[in-house]
Design a protein around this ligand. Structure first.
Ligand code: ATP
Ligand code: MG
Ligand code: MG
Length: 362
């Protein structure tokens, strides 16, 4: 059997393991000292970082995997590099180094020629004041590290809000970004195998609520935007010698796409592929890192996903699948998601609206 170790124990690791089982793949999971591993219990061995000895001991404890991957960008890059002596790590640690730090990420995107919003690095009061002076209001201040689901970032619309953000950001290294006037947000997810085969899914339209993804709908029908998103994804994959699933989040503007950020992993906006695509993003990530032929990414019907944020009660409306991750309920926490598929995108949009009302009792 083929054995993979995943760094991280959340729902993304859970779904990779669930999708890997029919492929005959076994798993182990690397957890931080206090990481909640409830999502992956029963899906493979869980190894605690603080309990492992040398790098070689850790590799052994993980069951001598054929390949190591991760479900999040906040990983110990030095540790991944050390483990690379024993087996391939995909995507390569240099990608995590970029993706876990917004300034390095923005610079890498720019170096590959991808368009991003105007940005400036800033740390501390003086530099933040200067950056806002140059970029103007409204703007986004984002901490370089530990940003996800809209956490550790501040949207400032005037000088008063800037003062508040300065208090909170303190001396954290940040990136200040001009606010983008977008009509909507889209993402493109694709996989590249170790031998270079690439497949992409349709463009997905994403709706956020308080910085967290609420709804994803595919396909977003725009051939020109799809072509540019594919070109951006391919460019990054080539420049980074990428292996695995890569996700690119973009803003749709009157001048075309602006890239917001990338995720070197399976992505929340691709969960609908579990039902709506020939092969899910999870299965294709595993295929890519094991250098198997990629599975079919065709999507015969419009599909959507509604996140269950701080809700763990199954919805009553018609749906094509409910995933519950088995986590402890906390306000706003990603507890699960619902997938909807329909023949008509208009019908699908209406059903999504009703599903959101159903889940959140609006
Ligand atoms: P994720 O969970 O997607 O990793 P994150 O914490 O990394 O989120 P971003 O994706 O950078 O944060 O921002 C979250 C959301 O905030 C975006 O999806 C978008 O709706 C809004 N946003 C961020 N930056 C900008 C910007 N420059 N202009 C306009 N809106 C923005
Ligand atoms: Mg992010
Ligand atoms: Mg984002």
């Amino acid at each position: 059997t083929r054995h993979i170790a995943i760094v991280g124990c959340g729902q993304l690791a859970q779904m990779m393991a669930q999708e890997g089982k029919p492929l005959g793949i076994t798993f182990s999971f690397l957890a931080e000292k206090d990481e909640d591993a409830g999502c992956v219990e029963g899906l493979g061995t869980i190894v605690r970082l603080d309990e492992a000895g040398s790098d070689e001991d850790l590799f052994q404890a993980l069951g001598c995997p054929e390949v190591i991957t991760a479900e999040r960008e906040q990983v110990d890059v030095a540790l991944l590099r050390a483990l690379q002596r024993f087996c391939p790590v995909y995507p390569d640690p240099h990608v995590f180094e970029k993706a876990q730090h917004r300034l390095r990420e923005k610079r890498a995107l720019t170096e590959s020629g991808l368009p991003v919003a105007s940005f400036m690095p800033a740390q501390g009061r003086d530099e933040l004041l200067n950056a806002l002076d140059k970029l103007g209001y409204p703007a986004f201040i984002k901490s370089c590290e530990n940003g996800y689901d809209g956490k550790n970032q501040w949207r400032v619309k005037d000088a008063t809000e800037l003062q508040e953000a300065i208090e909170e950001a303190k001396d954290l290294p940040c990136v200040v970004e001009a606010s983008v006037d977008f009509s909507c947000e889209v993402s493109l997810i694709g996989a590249r195998s170790a031998s270079g085969e690439v497949k992409t899914y349709p463009l997905t339209e994403n709706l956020h609520r308080q910085g967290t993804l609420l709804l994803s709908k595919a396909p977003y029908q725009d051939e020109q935007l799809l072509a540019s998103a594919r070109a951006y994804l391919q460019k990054l994959m080539d420049d980074w010698d990428y292996v695995g699933v890569l996700s690119v989040e973009c803003f749709v503007t009157s001048e075309g796409l602006l890239v917001n950020e990338i995720a070197p992993r399976v992505h929340n906006s691709g969960h609908w592929t579990l039902v709506g695509a020939g092969t899910s993003q999870f299965a294709n990530h595993l295929r890519a890192i094991l250098d198997m032929p990629l599975g079919d990414t065709d999507c015969p019907r419009p599909a959507a996903m509604v996140n269950m944020l701080g809700v763990d009660r199954a919805p009553t409306g018609k749906n094509e699948g409910v995933w519950l991750y088995g986590k402890t309920l906390r306000p706003g926490r990603k507890m699960g998601h619902v997938i909807l598929v329909d023949d008509s995108s208009e019908e699908l949009a209406q059903r999504c609206e009703a599903m959101i009302a159903d889940l959140y009792q609006q």
